[in-house]
Write a protein that binds this ligand. Sequence first.
Ligand code: ASP
Length: 315
Amino acid sequence: MGHVPFVIAVHGGAGTMSPDPAIEAPYHFALKAALAAGAAVLESGGAALDAVQAAVVSLEDCPLFNAGRGSVYTADARHEMDAAVMDGQRLAAGAVACVHGVRNPVALARSVLEASGHVLMVGEGAQCFAQQMGLAMEPEAYFHTDERLAELRRVQQQRKPAGMQAPPQESGHFGTVGAVALDAGGHLAAAVSTGGLTAKRAGRVGDSAVIGAGIYANDLSCAVVATGTGEHFIRTAAAHDVHARMAYRGQTLQEAAPDVVFGELLRIGGRGGLIAVDARGEVSMPFNTSGMYRGVQRQGEAACTAIFQDEAPGR
Ligand code: ASP
Protein backbone atom coordinates (compact mmCIF):
# COMPACT_ATOMS: atom_id res chain seq x y z
CA MET A 1 0.00 0.00 0.00
CA GLY A 2 1.28 3.49 -0.86
CA HIS A 3 1.46 6.44 1.45
CA VAL A 4 -1.90 7.73 2.73
CA PRO A 5 -2.44 10.87 4.85
CA PHE A 6 -2.62 9.85 8.52
CA VAL A 7 -5.41 10.76 10.89
CA ILE A 8 -5.80 10.31 14.62
CA ALA A 9 -8.85 10.92 16.82
CA VAL A 10 -9.14 10.84 20.61
CA HIS A 11 -11.89 11.03 23.21
CA GLY A 12 -11.95 11.76 26.93
CA GLY A 13 -15.42 10.46 27.74
CA ALA A 14 -19.04 11.45 27.17
CA GLY A 15 -21.77 12.50 29.57
CA THR A 16 -24.04 15.13 30.98
CA MET A 17 -22.21 18.44 30.98
CA SER A 18 -23.04 22.09 30.53
CA PRO A 19 -20.89 24.73 28.84
CA ASP A 20 -18.40 26.54 31.11
CA PRO A 21 -15.33 28.00 29.35
CA ALA A 22 -13.23 28.12 32.52
CA ILE A 23 -13.69 24.39 33.14
CA GLU A 24 -13.42 23.43 29.47
CA ALA A 25 -10.03 24.99 28.70
CA PRO A 26 -7.87 22.35 30.44
CA TYR A 27 -9.79 19.57 28.66
CA HIS A 28 -9.10 21.09 25.23
CA PHE A 29 -5.46 21.45 26.23
CA ALA A 30 -5.19 17.82 27.37
CA LEU A 31 -6.94 16.48 24.25
CA LYS A 32 -4.56 18.49 22.04
CA ALA A 33 -1.56 17.15 23.97
CA ALA A 34 -2.83 13.59 23.39
CA LEU A 35 -3.35 14.25 19.67
CA ALA A 36 0.17 15.72 19.47
CA ALA A 37 1.66 12.65 21.18
CA GLY A 38 -0.07 10.34 18.70
CA ALA A 39 0.59 12.56 15.66
CA ALA A 40 4.32 12.70 16.50
CA VAL A 41 4.46 8.92 16.10
CA LEU A 42 2.52 9.00 12.81
CA GLU A 43 4.52 11.96 11.48
CA SER A 44 7.72 9.95 11.75
CA GLY A 45 6.16 7.05 9.85
CA GLY A 46 5.22 5.11 12.98
CA ALA A 47 2.43 2.56 13.24
CA ALA A 48 -1.18 3.39 14.14
CA LEU A 49 -0.92 0.99 17.08
CA ASP A 50 2.03 2.93 18.57
CA ALA A 51 0.26 6.22 17.93
CA VAL A 52 -2.97 5.28 19.73
CA GLN A 53 -0.98 3.91 22.65
CA ALA A 54 1.01 7.16 22.93
CA ALA A 55 -2.19 9.23 22.84
CA VAL A 56 -3.87 7.12 25.52
CA VAL A 57 -0.78 7.17 27.77
CA SER A 58 -0.92 10.97 27.62
CA LEU A 59 -4.60 10.92 28.72
CA GLU A 60 -3.94 8.29 31.42
CA ASP A 61 -1.27 10.53 32.93
CA CYS A 62 -3.71 13.47 33.11
CA PRO A 63 -5.87 13.50 36.27
CA LEU A 64 -8.81 15.15 34.45
CA PHE A 65 -9.88 11.87 32.85
CA ASN A 66 -11.22 8.64 34.29
CA ALA A 67 -8.28 6.47 33.30
CA GLY A 68 -4.87 5.79 34.83
CA ARG A 69 -4.11 8.60 37.27
CA GLY A 70 -7.65 10.07 37.37
CA SER A 71 -9.49 6.74 37.70
CA VAL A 72 -12.79 6.71 39.59
CA TYR A 73 -13.34 4.77 42.83
CA THR A 74 -15.02 1.40 43.23
CA ALA A 75 -17.75 0.91 45.86
CA ASP A 76 -15.05 -0.10 48.37
CA ALA A 77 -13.00 3.03 47.60
CA ARG A 78 -10.29 1.38 45.52
CA HIS A 79 -9.25 1.62 41.88
CA GLU A 80 -9.73 -1.13 39.32
CA MET A 81 -8.77 -0.24 35.77
CA ASP A 82 -9.57 -1.81 32.39
CA ALA A 83 -7.75 -1.18 29.09
CA ALA A 84 -7.34 -2.66 25.62
CA VAL A 85 -5.56 -2.22 22.32
CA MET A 86 -6.36 -3.66 18.89
CA ASP A 87 -4.32 -3.78 15.70
CA GLY A 88 -6.49 -3.76 12.57
CA GLN A 89 -3.80 -5.21 10.32
CA ARG A 90 -3.13 -8.41 12.31
CA LEU A 91 -6.52 -8.54 14.07
CA ALA A 92 -4.36 -8.81 17.18
CA ALA A 93 -5.70 -7.61 20.51
CA GLY A 94 -4.63 -7.29 24.13
CA ALA A 95 -6.76 -6.36 27.11
CA VAL A 96 -6.58 -6.16 30.91
CA ALA A 97 -9.30 -5.86 33.53
CA CYS A 98 -9.43 -5.05 37.24
CA VAL A 99 -5.79 -4.00 37.54
CA HIS A 100 -4.54 -1.55 40.13
CA GLY A 101 -1.23 0.16 40.76
CA VAL A 102 -0.25 -0.03 37.09
CA ARG A 103 0.61 3.48 35.93
CA ASN A 104 -0.44 2.92 32.31
CA PRO A 105 -2.92 0.07 31.88
CA VAL A 106 -2.86 0.62 28.10
CA ALA A 107 0.85 -0.29 28.07
CA LEU A 108 -0.03 -3.48 29.94
CA ALA A 109 -2.74 -4.25 27.36
CA ARG A 110 -0.11 -3.78 24.66
CA SER A 111 2.22 -6.19 26.46
CA VAL A 112 -0.63 -8.72 26.62
CA LEU A 113 -0.98 -8.36 22.84
CA GLU A 114 2.73 -8.66 22.08
CA ALA A 115 4.11 -10.99 24.72
CA SER A 116 1.53 -13.01 26.67
CA GLY A 117 0.13 -15.40 24.09
CA HIS A 118 -3.33 -14.38 25.37
CA VAL A 119 -5.89 -11.69 24.63
CA LEU A 120 -7.39 -10.86 28.05
CA MET A 121 -5.72 -10.97 31.47
CA VAL A 122 -7.29 -9.90 34.76
CA GLY A 123 -6.52 -9.07 38.37
CA GLU A 124 -3.46 -10.35 40.19
CA GLY A 125 -2.18 -12.42 37.27
CA ALA A 126 -2.26 -9.36 35.05
CA GLN A 127 -0.38 -7.43 37.70
CA CYS A 128 2.34 -10.05 38.04
CA PHE A 129 2.68 -9.90 34.27
CA ALA A 130 3.04 -6.09 34.47
CA GLN A 131 5.91 -6.54 36.90
CA GLN A 132 7.54 -9.21 34.73
CA MET A 133 7.33 -6.83 31.78
CA GLY A 134 8.98 -4.09 33.87
CA LEU A 135 6.07 -1.68 33.54
CA ALA A 136 5.86 1.37 35.82
CA MET A 137 3.87 0.83 39.04
CA GLU A 138 2.54 3.58 41.32
CA PRO A 139 1.36 3.69 44.95
CA GLU A 140 -2.38 4.16 45.71
CA ALA A 141 -1.79 7.85 46.46
CA TYR A 142 -0.86 8.47 42.82
CA PHE A 143 -4.39 7.53 41.75
CA HIS A 144 -6.15 9.60 44.44
CA THR A 145 -8.06 12.73 43.50
CA ASP A 146 -10.31 14.56 45.99
CA GLU A 147 -12.96 15.09 43.29
CA ARG A 148 -13.26 11.37 42.50
CA LEU A 149 -13.56 10.45 46.19
CA ALA A 150 -16.23 13.14 46.69
CA GLU A 151 -18.02 11.73 43.61
CA LEU A 152 -18.00 8.25 45.16
CA ARG A 153 -19.49 9.55 48.42
CA ARG A 154 -22.13 11.51 46.48
CA VAL A 155 -23.13 8.50 44.37
CA GLN A 156 -23.27 6.26 47.46
CA GLN A 157 -25.46 8.81 49.25
CA GLN A 158 -27.84 9.01 46.26
CA ARG A 159 -28.03 5.24 45.94
CA LYS A 160 -28.89 4.60 49.58
CA PRO A 161 -32.68 4.96 49.24
CA ALA A 162 -32.70 2.88 46.04
CA GLY A 163 -30.57 0.14 47.54
CA MET A 164 -27.52 -1.54 46.05
CA GLN A 165 -29.39 -2.58 42.90
CA ALA A 166 -29.28 0.96 41.51
CA PRO A 167 -26.94 0.97 38.53
CA PRO A 168 -23.72 2.86 39.17
CA GLN A 169 -23.45 6.35 37.70
CA GLU A 170 -26.59 6.03 35.53
CA SER A 171 -26.55 9.64 34.48
CA GLY A 172 -23.26 11.35 34.83
CA HIS A 173 -19.96 11.77 33.22
CA PHE A 174 -18.08 8.86 31.70
CA GLY A 175 -14.43 9.86 31.46
CA THR A 176 -12.93 6.84 29.77
CA VAL A 177 -10.22 7.75 27.25
CA GLY A 178 -9.60 6.31 23.81
CA ALA A 179 -7.85 6.81 20.50
CA VAL A 180 -8.20 5.52 16.94
CA ALA A 181 -5.79 6.10 14.06
CA LEU A 182 -5.03 5.44 10.41
CA ASP A 183 -1.31 5.42 9.66
CA ALA A 184 0.59 6.26 6.47
CA GLY A 185 0.74 2.58 5.57
CA GLY A 186 -3.07 2.41 5.54
CA HIS A 187 -3.35 0.45 8.80
CA LEU A 188 -5.90 1.05 11.56
CA ALA A 189 -5.62 0.66 15.34
CA ALA A 190 -7.55 1.49 18.50
CA ALA A 191 -6.72 1.88 22.21
CA VAL A 192 -8.93 2.49 25.25
CA SER A 193 -8.41 2.87 29.01
CA THR A 194 -10.76 3.46 31.94
CA GLY A 195 -11.27 3.41 35.67
CA GLY A 196 -14.80 2.13 34.92
CA LEU A 197 -17.90 3.48 36.64
CA THR A 198 -17.94 5.28 40.00
CA ALA A 199 -19.10 2.96 42.82
CA LYS A 200 -18.92 -0.14 40.63
CA ARG A 201 -18.69 -3.45 42.46
CA ALA A 202 -15.23 -4.91 42.98
CA GLY A 203 -14.59 -7.31 40.11
CA ARG A 204 -16.90 -5.59 37.63
CA VAL A 205 -15.48 -5.54 34.10
CA GLY A 206 -16.68 -2.92 31.61
CA ASP A 207 -16.80 -2.73 27.84
CA SER A 208 -13.31 -1.24 27.58
CA ALA A 209 -11.69 -4.61 28.29
CA VAL A 210 -14.08 -6.54 26.04
CA ILE A 211 -12.90 -6.79 22.43
CA GLY A 212 -15.88 -6.08 20.17
CA ALA A 213 -17.79 -4.14 22.84
CA GLY A 214 -15.73 -1.04 23.73
CA ILE A 215 -13.04 -1.49 21.09
CA TYR A 216 -12.54 -3.02 17.65
CA ALA A 217 -10.19 -2.51 14.71
CA ASN A 218 -10.02 -4.16 11.30
CA ASP A 219 -8.14 -2.76 8.30
CA LEU A 220 -11.04 -3.87 6.09
CA SER A 221 -13.47 -1.46 7.75
CA CYS A 222 -12.63 0.80 10.69
CA ALA A 223 -11.15 1.30 14.15
CA VAL A 224 -13.60 2.10 16.98
CA VAL A 225 -13.46 2.94 20.70
CA ALA A 226 -16.45 3.67 22.91
CA THR A 227 -17.33 5.45 26.13
CA GLY A 228 -20.48 5.28 28.22
CA THR A 229 -22.54 2.80 30.22
CA GLY A 230 -20.33 -0.20 29.56
CA GLU A 231 -22.90 -2.90 30.27
CA HIS A 232 -25.01 -1.68 27.33
CA PHE A 233 -22.02 -1.57 25.00
CA ILE A 234 -21.23 -5.17 25.94
CA ARG A 235 -24.85 -6.27 25.40
CA THR A 236 -24.93 -4.77 21.90
CA ALA A 237 -21.33 -5.66 20.93
CA ALA A 238 -21.25 -2.01 19.94
CA ALA A 239 -17.74 -1.57 18.52
CA HIS A 240 -17.90 -4.76 16.47
CA ASP A 241 -21.36 -3.75 15.27
CA VAL A 242 -19.87 -0.69 13.53
CA HIS A 243 -17.38 -2.97 11.75
CA ALA A 244 -20.06 -5.55 10.89
CA ARG A 245 -22.42 -2.98 9.39
CA MET A 246 -19.63 -1.79 7.10
CA ALA A 247 -18.30 -5.24 6.24
CA TYR A 248 -21.56 -7.14 5.76
CA ARG A 249 -24.16 -4.51 5.02
CA GLY A 250 -21.99 -2.16 2.97
CA GLN A 251 -22.76 0.88 5.14
CA THR A 252 -20.34 3.79 5.18
CA LEU A 253 -18.71 4.78 8.47
CA GLN A 254 -20.90 7.89 8.56
CA GLU A 255 -23.97 5.62 8.44
CA ALA A 256 -22.79 2.77 10.63
CA ALA A 257 -21.41 4.69 13.64
CA PRO A 258 -24.52 6.85 14.34
CA ASP A 259 -26.80 3.84 13.69
CA VAL A 260 -25.05 2.02 16.53
CA VAL A 261 -25.09 4.94 18.98
CA PHE A 262 -28.69 6.02 18.30
CA GLY A 263 -30.15 2.59 17.52
CA GLU A 264 -30.34 -0.50 19.68
CA LEU A 265 -27.84 0.85 22.20
CA LEU A 266 -30.06 3.81 23.03
CA ARG A 267 -33.22 1.68 22.91
CA ILE A 268 -31.95 -0.52 25.74
CA GLY A 269 -30.89 2.55 27.75
CA GLY A 270 -27.24 2.80 26.74
CA ARG A 271 -25.73 6.27 27.09
CA GLY A 272 -22.44 7.44 25.64
CA GLY A 273 -20.69 7.60 22.31
CA LEU A 274 -17.83 6.35 20.21
CA ILE A 275 -15.09 7.59 17.93
CA ALA A 276 -14.18 5.79 14.74
CA VAL A 277 -11.91 6.17 11.72
CA ASP A 278 -12.15 4.14 8.52
CA ALA A 279 -9.57 2.91 6.03
CA ARG A 280 -10.11 6.03 3.87
CA GLY A 281 -9.50 8.42 6.77
CA GLU A 282 -13.16 9.32 7.38
CA VAL A 283 -13.91 10.07 11.03
CA SER A 284 -17.23 9.72 12.87
CA MET A 285 -17.80 10.70 16.52
CA PRO A 286 -21.48 10.25 17.42
CA PHE A 287 -22.75 10.44 21.03
CA ASN A 288 -26.21 10.37 22.60
CA THR A 289 -25.29 12.46 25.66
CA SER A 290 -25.02 16.25 25.89
CA GLY A 291 -21.27 16.21 25.39
CA MET A 292 -18.23 14.14 24.55
CA TYR A 293 -14.64 15.32 24.92
CA ARG A 294 -13.09 14.65 21.55
CA GLY A 295 -10.54 15.74 18.99
CA VAL A 296 -9.12 14.97 15.56
CA GLN A 297 -5.80 15.63 13.90
CA ARG A 298 -5.21 15.07 10.20
CA GLN A 299 -1.80 15.10 8.58
CA GLY A 300 -0.78 18.64 7.68
CA GLU A 301 -3.76 20.22 9.45
CA ALA A 302 -4.23 21.84 12.85
CA ALA A 303 -5.77 19.72 15.62
CA CYS A 304 -9.44 20.42 16.42
CA THR A 305 -11.12 19.57 19.71
CA ALA A 306 -14.76 19.83 20.78
CA ILE A 307 -17.10 18.94 23.63
CA PHE A 308 -20.76 19.67 22.74
CA GLN A 309 -23.13 18.48 20.01
CA ASP A 310 -23.15 21.60 17.85
CA GLU A 311 -19.37 21.90 17.65
CA ALA A 312 -17.11 20.51 14.93
CA PRO A 313 -15.12 18.33 14.42
CA GLY A 314 -15.79 15.10 12.70
CA ARG A 315 -19.38 14.12 13.48
N1 ASP B 1 -17.41 2.56 29.37
C1 ASP B 1 -16.71 2.63 30.64
C2 ASP B 1 -17.11 1.46 31.49
O1 ASP B 1 -18.28 1.10 31.49
C3 ASP B 1 -16.99 3.87 31.39
C4 ASP B 1 -16.72 5.16 30.66
O2 ASP B 1 -16.89 5.23 29.45
O3 ASP B 1 -16.33 6.14 31.32
O4 ASP B 1 -16.27 0.94 32.18
